[in-house]
Design a protein around this ligand. Structure first.
Ligand code: IVH
Length: 693
């Protein structure tokens, strides 16, 4: 039996119309979370199942047709923040019909005209990109967007070494005739973050207390939307191309074009096979179902395409996908096991995370006995409680998750959580007993006792000494826990009161480590103000934000008196961060810690040399839009200059825009908007004069 069959069947008690409405809303929201936020809260499988259910219902109720239904549209990855130029696709960027059932794949192949060849390829699990070449030069790299328009993320795509920036127009052959690169050419493919890079990135983010990416796809998508191409380059994206488009292109088959793309120097996978019949297709699927686990990048299925371009044309398209292709998706491995107990973990930021303790079960080669339950809503949505038998799944994510529970009658997981009467989330912190709080709009319960709840305290200490913060060596998590238990370390200020004899008296430590630790503590007094600010561990103030704040507020005294408005005026500082900073300084206990750090000689202000070396903040508080082309510097250089001089870049003209740095051939839409809002235009020369006098 296919796993799919064992899944619960609908029994929601809703009318078809209500169910359709609910599914459309839910899928729309998931599309937004998946494509825009890069943070889905539903498994791909569940999403696909709901999409199929909606398709089924819509087919049975044509009177409820809606052209805006998620079944009629591809999800949109266009970011709400207007930071990349928007470009209209020359050819719509469609998605693929998909199935988890091998029988359906066989049916699809059998229904094709007899004798057609099928190209079988891997389905790479990243995000799609369209590369535009004009006269052999890469000129745009557009994300799928809503299928009609996407974001041009060219600077970020240019960081991928395997993507040619220019196609060398050397002689290549197709069917023995030489082929020149067409004037206009489009190649589509998938941008990916290899597993190894993904794991390294998450490790780094964990150290810096940044939210982790659930899988390489989300990480790749988050990376491609970054404004800083240097950071994109560091992360190490990669790409595979699988589709060539254009007018009057050479070749009569899809395979020939891929071969040609390969000869032109494009990264095309070797895992491609031209299949002559259904058996060859099924053999390809069976082979890669296991072999894909050895690949350096994530794949989630197989794509089958009709090879002949003439046949493709004949078969045509639906609103959403070509009829000449289909995706077979690999099922994530799933097991049923007992949920023995739900325990609660308090993280270093005070978030209380429920954890499922399971009867150990073998899943994709590893023994699974614990899985995160994320938060209260997640548990309620699944309707699970201790003693239930639950499904555990390991898909594209490395962490196993619970996806549902076994039900006596086969019903869909109940979304309103009515049946989870046996479950109640704790009211008090399991570590320190403080009543938990739930911030409006957040899913997590949090222990507010930041300064004395043990895991939070230890977490703060670990963060304070970490490499990117105060870089104090010899104080690893175990040593911190030990010194904490012995009453020697309770706050970050205690670090500067540590005495050699107290450290040396501890088991496993001794004279030598005591001396090393104290030498490192001493050296930390030279750490510059920006890093000290990061080290304080104010919630959501990461390394980059701390740098920006420290540049504007040159001492802790100045920062202490900053208002929320002054803070939100800085780039990267939103309402929430500003509130956290204000709240931090409103707490007497923090002020006491700061006084002690100051007395110990920690740098709580920029040194004279730092101030002298810094660039004057002439554009401070100014929001500037760049438009057009320039002769003295590149657009990216101007963007950087604006930031260096304290200004803020913005992609779109609004009332908040202070002026437009206008080059040649400024976009007509921007010009019109600027005129209607009365926004000033500043020429390149005027701008340079503004900065350099
Ligand atoms: S062909 C018109 N081939 O899967 C056909 N797509 O749901 C366009 N994908 O948006 C797609 N590997 O991001 C094709 N070998 C492959 C693929 C592939 C991954 C992605 C692509 C597409 C999605 C379809």
């Amino acid at each position: 039996m296919d796993l799919f069959d064992s899944l619960p069947i609908n029994d929601t008690g809703l009318t078809a119309e209500q169910e359709i409405k609910a599914l459309r809303e839910e899928l729309r929201e998931q599309n937004y979370k998946y494509y825009v936020l890069s943070a889905p809260t539903m498994s791909d499988r569940e999403f696909d199942e709901k999409m199929h259910r909606l398709q089924e219902l819509e087919a049975a109720h044509p009177e409820l047709f809606d052209p805006n239904s998620p079944t009629q549209k591809v999800g949109s990855d266009i970011s709400k923040i207007d930071s990349f130029p928007r470009i209209r696709h020359r050819y719509p960027m469609l998605s693929l019909a998909n199935t988890y059932s091998r029988e359906e794949v066989e049916d699809w192949v059998r229904k094709l005209p007899p004798g057609v060849e099928i190209v079988a390829e891997l389905k790479y699990d990243g995000l799609s990109i369209s590369l535009w070449y004009e006269h052999g030069r890469l000129v745009h790299a557009v994300t799928r967007g809503d299928g009609t328009e996407g974001d041009d993320v060219l600077p970020n795509i240019r960081t991928i070494p395997s993507i040619p920036k220019e196609i060398k127009n050397s002689k290549f052959k197709i069917n023995n005739s030489e082929v020149a690169v067409p004037a206009r050419l489009e190649l589509r493919g998938e941008v990916l973050l290899p597993w190894e890079r993904f794991e390294a990135l998450n490790k780094q983010r964990e150290e810096q207390e940044e939210p982790l990416f659930a899988n390489p796809r989300n990480a790749a998508s988050g990376t491609l939307k970054l404004q800083d191409s240097r950071e994109v380059a560091r992360r190490g994206l990669t790409c595979f191309l699988y589709y060539m488009l254009g007018e009057q292109l050479p070749g009569k088959t899809h395979y020939e074009r891929l071969e040609l793309a390969k000869q032109w120097g494009f990264p095309v996978s070797d895992a491609i096979k031209v299949c002559k019949n259904v058996d060859e297709v099924m053999a390809f699927i069976a082979y890669w179902d296991t072999e894909r686990k050895n690949l350096p990048v994530a794949t989630d299925g197989i794509v089958l395409k009709v090879n002949s371009l003439a046949e493709q044309e004949e078969l045509g398209y639906t609103a959403k996908s070509p009829r000449w292709a289909i995706a077979y998706k690999f099922a994530a491995e799933r097991q049923l096991t007992l949920l023995k107990q739900i325990t609660y973990q308090v993280g270093r930021t005070g978030v209380v995370t429920p954890v499922a303790n399971l009867e150990p079960v073998q899943l994709s080669g590893t023994m699974v006995q614990r899985a995160t339950l994320h938060n209260e809503d997640f548990i309620r949505q699944l309707g699970i409680a201790e003693g239930d038998r639950v499904y555990v799944e390991k898909g594209g994510e490395i962490i196993p998750k619970i996806v549902g529970k076994e039900r006596p009658t086969q019903t869909l997981p109940n979304r309103d959580g009515e049946d989870s009467t046996d479950f109640s989330f704790p009211k008090n912190c399991p570590e320190c007993g403080t009543p938990l709080v739930r911030v409006e709009g957040e899913a997590a319960w949090r222990c507010p006792n930041e300064l004395s709840c043990p895991p939070q305290l230890k977490g703060r200490l670990e963060h304070f000494v970490s490499r990117k913060a105060m870089n104090i060596e010899g104080l690893g998590s175990e040593t911190i826990a030990l010194l904490y238990d012995k009453g020697l370390l309770h706050s970050i200020a205690d670090i500067y009161d540590l005495r050699a004899k107290d450290i040396a008296a501890q088991e496993r430590l001794g004279e030598k480590s005591a001396q090393n630790i104290l030498a490192s503590v001493e050296a930390s007094k030279q750490v510059p103000w920006a890093r000290v600010l990061f080290a304080l561990g104010i919630r959501m103030v990461g390394e980059t934000t701390a740098k920006k704040i420290a540049k504007r507020f040159r001492s802790i005294d100045a920062l202490q008196w900053a208002s929320k408005d002054e803070l939100t005026g800085l780039e990267d500082v939103g309402e929430q961060i500003a509130e956290n900073i204000v709240a931090y300084f409103a707490d007497m206990r923090n002020l006491e810690i700061i006084t002690r750090l100051q007395a110990a000689g920690v740098q709580l202000a920029s040194s004279e040399t730092e101030v002298a070396a810094s660039v004057p903040q002439m554009l401070e508080g100014k929001t500037i839009v760049i438009s057009g082309t320039f002769s003295e510097h590149s657009r990216d250089e101007y963007k950087q200059m604006i930031e260096d001089y304290g200004g803020k870049n913005s992609g779109s003209v609004s009332r908040k825009t202070d002026f437009i740095l206008a080059g040649e051939n400024m976009g007509p839409a921007k010009l019109e908007k600027a005129n209607s809002l009365g926004v000033r235009l500043v020429s390149e020369q005027e701008f340079l004069q503004m900065l350099h006098g």
